[in-house]
Ligand binder design. Structure first.
Ligand SMILES: [Zn+2]
Length: 343
């Protein structure tokens, strides 16, 4: 095609665990793609989750990384599901610019039963409830939270609903997770891999995103999605993303640039500097100490086991052990202080 420039002439592989931002100007698309390897494996291997739970959490991690890494300010992006299925909570916490931590809460017996009777697919494991995405820019700024229903659908589908309802941006997401067995030093080792691609339709010409003008005009900012769905560029983009196979997102031999090239080289895809992501928890002894310092004497008493207070970080599994005396003394002093100030 004349006049179309493709900047991935010969794809240069981006390593694992790095987000690759890109755009396709001819289709008014912006996007990001990632393949997770060692980082994901580190997070998941720290927990003793059954494989279907690890798989679900891995999907949530990919989604959170794709979304969180696009934030242009310092803060946190938190993706959290709360549902009635065997896996009743997933939390992925992304701290800008690159720190990821995550955990799942689940009922081991129900997960095993679901696996046994063949209902261990991600949507059924989650069940019905909500998915919340929270953007937290620190104590001086207000928190933004978008909540969408999760009703027997996949995280991929719920992401589309989220962008439609909360962000008003036509978005397509593909997520995939794979378990691999690789030979290392003569032994077969189990490895988790995952990947994802997200494309968003952001035309510069406003008439391409015709705003819906409802009678009464109470939601004049609503984008008319039926109109956008028919836009030639967006139709083409969705069709292309629809051809992405799971193995293209997870297989180590198919780096994300090669996938981007396959999808968009005829239209001219431009890639930007990759951003490496890291498995990094924000817990610390000081933070746990501060939290315990807010406990009442009764709460401290309740937390004592075998003469000590031990707190385990749900995200990274680090165990912090404290002597209770100091906290009991502090709690008692606070009661004295409030008594005297009240009299
Ligand atoms: Zn931690």
């Amino acid at each position: 095609m004349a006049g179309v420039e493709s900047r991935i002439e010969a794809p240069v592989p981006v390593g694992d665990d790095a987000v690759r931002p890109f755009d396709v100007a001819a289709l008014d698309l912006r996007g990001r793609a990632i393949q997770l390897g060692p980082m994901l494996d580190d997070i998941l291997s720290r927990h003793d989750y059954p494989p279907p739970v690890s798989k679900l959490l891995a999907e949530a991690i990919v989604l959170a990384v794709l979304l969180g890494s696009s934030l242009k300010f310092e803060g946190k992006f938190i993706l959290q599901t709360e549902t009635d299925g065997p896996v009743d909570m997933l939390v992925v916490d992304f701290r800008t610019p690159d720190a990821v931590r995550a955990y799942a809460r689940f009922d081991r017996e129900r997960v095993a039963a679901a696996e046994a009777d063949g209902t261990g697919d991600p949507a059924t494991l989650l069940g019905n409830g909500t998915l919340a995405m929270t953007i937290d820019q620190g104590p001086m700024m207000s928190r933004y939270q978008g909540v969408v229903p999760l009703e027997g659908i996949s995280l991929e589908e719920v992401a589309h609903t989220y962008f439609r309802q909360s962000e008003q941006i036509p978005t397509r997401v593909r997520l995939a997770v794979a378990e691999m067995h690789v030979r290392e030093n003569g032994a077969m080792i189990h490895r988790w891999r995952a990947g994802g691609i997200m494309v968003q339709f952001l035309p510069e010409a406003p008439e391409r995103m015709r705003q819906r003008d409802l009678p009464g005009g109470d939601t004049p900012e609503d984008v008319d999605f039926e109109f956008v769905e028919e836009d030639d560029s967006w139709v083409e983009a969705q069709a292309l993303v629809g051809t992405v196979e799971d193995h293209e997102l997870t297989y180590p031999g198919v780096p994300v640039d090669r996938l981007l090239y396959r999808l968009f080289h005829e239209r001219g895809v431009r890639v930007f500097a990759p951003a490496a992501m890291h498995d990094r928890c924000s817990c610390s002894r000081e933070r746990v100490e501060t939290m315990l310092g807010r406990f009442t004497a009764a709460e401290i008493e309740e937390s004592i086991e075998d003469g000590a207070i031990s707190v385990t970080c749900e995200f990274c599994g680090t165990k912090y052990v404290f002597e209770p005396e100091e906290f009991l003394k502090r709690a008692a002093q606070e009661i004295d202080a409030s008594d005297s100030s009240g009299s």
